[in-house]
Ligand binder design. Sequence first.
Ligand SMILES: [Zn+2]
Length: 124
Amino acid sequence: MHDLSISQAIARTVLKEARDQKAKEILSIEIEIGELTFLNPEQVRFWLKEIFKESMAEKAEVHIKKVYPQIKCQDCHWRGRMNIKDDPLYHTYFFIPKCPKCGSSSLKIEKGRECKVRKIRVRL
Ligand SMILES: [Zn+2]
């Protein structure tokens, strides 16, 4: 259900933007999905195709770009990519990452939580 509601939100954004531009048709869209959203890109693609049926985005190509998590340690200033294990335990709100250099857990997540529409190509 997570994938579906996010897909609906993406579709709303895309269709509204296209209407604002007075587009006749949406040709392609580009979406960025951060790994920390735990969305399944193929599910998102599937739902978008469903939602876009009989809309001006029906034939739109959907490009999905995955964004890998990047963290910065507030203590030692280490910055790098965070590895997410493919383990359901990690898919919870209780998951606390630790700095691989100093073990601190005061980390700032700089990338990987986003889910946004980066580009929309329309035919006016
Ligand atoms: Zn550190």
